[in-house]
Ligand binder design. Structure first.
Ligand code: NAD
Length: 299
């Protein structure tokens, strides 16, 4: 098994890296957070002092960073006179970026990689932190068919559904469309629960009713936003961990950019983006299901 460099050990990258270690891979890891590095080290990873040290001798590089600017500055350099990580990656290496970023950023890094004989694919994920921990993520890959086949054995250690969406950037387009829908049904679920509670219903009872009725959706099923309704979800631990509201706002911004680029109308997506902009101003680090706080009146 080839040596893997893993960069970005946050809420998602941390558990994904642990699953690769469990599957017997040797990992060289890098993150800005000392605590994240400590956890990976305790599970058997070698901690690198820099991204360049992490990719030394690696046959595969995986990154899981917050946004486009982090991915571009990592691989291409933060400024014209700074070398990016691509300059330290050996030719022939497969680079798998799992971050959710702009399709144009994926294509920009892929083009620079190709010039150095490095294969770059975008492979954003769906399934949340629970899916990352359980190794049941969906990977939505953009890249050529050969690169997708090459990535499969590694992605299978972290996920159970692997999709090939198309050329580089296509994984991001699919992920952005999915997350726009997720934001809409999370906000809608929060709104429906708040309406019921304000009119005297128990949120647990209402959730059970809607789960067996036509309002059923993923947010209601596995990610209920109302505190105390479901165990093991961010709402039942003060909205810590999970998927930050600021990251959801970032994804809705990517949807808005894509809609402008293609002349598509996304009225509900834009409404959701505005709700998350209002909410993230004060609660950006809280899980995105905390959007329910915009609606709750009983506290
Ligand atoms: P996070 O903020 O928890 O983690 C990001 C990590 O990257 C942090 O540990 C940070 O220290 C590290 N980092 C930032 N800049 C770095 C750099 N230059 N070098 C090394 N490390 C750096 O974010 P997350 O929730 O893990 O999300 C990561 C990506 O996955 C985002 O693009 C997000 O949209 C996407 N995503 C998240 C979820 C979720 O449920 N959290 C689900 C699907 C997709």
């Amino acid at each position: 098994m080839s040596l893997i460099a893993f960069i970005g050990l946050g809420n998602m990258g941390g558990p994904m890296a642990l699953n690769l270690l469990k599957a017997g891979h040797q990992l060289q890891v890098y993150d800005l957070s000392a605590a994240a590095l400590e956890t990976a080290k305790a599970a058997g990873a070698s901690v690198a002092a820099s991204p360049a040290q992490a990719v030394a001798n690696a046959g595969i590089v995986i990154s899981m960073l917050p946004a486009s600017r982090h991915v571009e500055s990592l691989y291409l350099g933060a400024s014209a006179n700074e070398q990016g990580l691509l300059q330290h990656i050996k030719p022939g290496t497969l680079v798998i970026d799992c971050s959710t970023i702009a399709p144009a950023s994926s294509r920009k890094v892929a083009t620079a990689a190709q010039a150095l004989d490095i294969v770059f694919i975008d492979a954003p994920v769906s399934g949340g932190t629970a899916g990352a921990a359980a190794g049941t993520l969906s990977f939505i890959v953009g890249g050529d068919a050969g690169a997708f086949e090459r990535a499969k054995p590694v992605l299978e250690k972290m996920g159970k559904n692997l999709f090939h969406a198309g050329a580089v950037g296509a994984g991001q387009v699919a992920k952005i469309a999915n997350n726009m829908l997720l934001a809409i049904h999370m906000a809608g679920t929060a709104e429906a629960l708040a309406l019921g509670v304000a009119n005297g219903l128990d949120p647990k009872v209402l959730s059970e009713i809607m789960l067996k009725s036509s309002g059923r959706n993923w947010s209601l099923e596995v990610y209920n936003p109302w505190p105390g309704v479901q165990d093991g979800v961010p709402a039942s631990r003060g909205y810590s961990g999970g998927f930050g509201s600021a990251l959801m706002l970032k994804d809705l911004g990517l949807a808005a950019e894509a809609s402008i680029a293609s002349g598509s109308a996304i009225p509900l997506g834009e409404l959701a983006r505005n709700l998350y902009a209002l909410h993230s101003a004060s609660s950006g680090t809280l899980d995105f299901s905390s959007i329910v706080d915009l609606y709750r009146r009983e506290r």
